[in-house]
Write a protein that binds this ligand. Structure first.
Ligand SMILES: Nc1ncnc2c1ncn2[C@@H]1O[C@H](COP(=O)(O)OP(=O)(O)OP(=O)(O)O)[C@@H](O)[C@H]1O
Ligand SMILES: [Mg+2]
Length: 237
């Protein structure tokens, strides 16, 4: 189980490097030895120009990809020598991911989509888990729409289902890569408000990539990537 103490270190990067096309003529290093720590209560945004390495970094932290060198600690555990099963279990239990495109399963209802991560890790959900999924959908403003399929919901509503799905495992860390890039201003503000609410009420660290300065300006901490290096890491006063 994930430890939910507020002072807990959730992520630590030590000299993290990432190259693509290793061993080929096109080999290129895109992250050049990053050091970074995220704690349980952090509400941080990762900003930087297109191509600076934001998605690469999020994918590494989310265990969707592996670093070329350096170490990534998640929940205090070194991840380098973990086997696939251990990585998958840690990812499923500790991390929620929201992407620009929600990747909801069209054949499933909203509540079934929210329950997906629980079903993948544990089979048939318990009645408590189904109740929790309904509560999350209520929190994201979708009460009454639980049985709708994704194509019967607006884009903003679909993204809110994706947010509920990302939170169903009560992750210690929420990673979001342009989660509002596809939404109108009001839906974007609502999704952002949900991140803030879960960070405060439920103590999940947030690392948000967004090009929307109206949102990034509201974060407590701004980490700026320039050409694969952390140029600055500042906390709001
Ligand atoms: N699979 C890949 N193979 C080779 N190069 C890649 C791959 N993925 C990303 N890159 C390169 O790595 C660099 C960083 O890409 P990344 O997607 O992390 O940038 P980003 O900051 O997320 O940009 P954006 O704001 O446009 O999403 C870019 O130069 C990109 O071309
Ligand atoms: Mg990106």
């Amino acid at each position: 189980m994930v430890d939910h103490r507020s002072d807990q270190e959730v992520v630590r990067l030590v000299g993290l490097r990432k190259s693509y096309n290793v061993g080929k003529p096109t080999e290129v290093e895109v992250l050049h030895g990053l050091d970074l720590t995220l704690a349980r209560r952090d509400f941080a945004t990762l900003v930087g120009a297109s191509g600076s390495g934001k998605s690469t970094l999020l994918n590494l932290v989310g265990l969707l990809d592996t670093p070329t060198s350096g170490e990534l600690f998640l929940m205090g555990k070194a991840t380098r020598d973990m086997g696939d099963a251990e990585r998958t279990a840690l990812r499923a239990n500790a991390i929620g991911f929201v992407f620009q495109f929600h990747h909801l399963i069209q054949a499933f209802t909203a509540v079934e989509n929210v329950l997906m991560p629980l079903m993948v890790t544990g089979g048939k959900p318990s009645s408590e888990q189904v109740e929790w999924a309904h509560r999350l959908l209520e929190q994201v403003g979708l009460k009454g729409l639980e049985r709708r399929k994704p194509d019967e919901l607006s884009g903003g509503q679909q993204q809110r289902v994706a947010v509920a799905r990302a939170l169903v495992m009560r992750p210690a860390l929420l990673l979001a890569d342009e989660p509002t890039g596809n939404l109108d201003t009001q839906s974007a503000a609502e999704v952002f408000r949900l991140f803030r609410q879960f960070n405060e009420e439920f103590g999940c660290a947030v690392l948000l990539v967004t090009h929307d300065t109206r949102l990034s300006e509201q974060c407590d901490r701004t980490i700026t990537l320039v050409d694969g290096n952390i140029e600055s890491d500042e906390r709001a006063l």
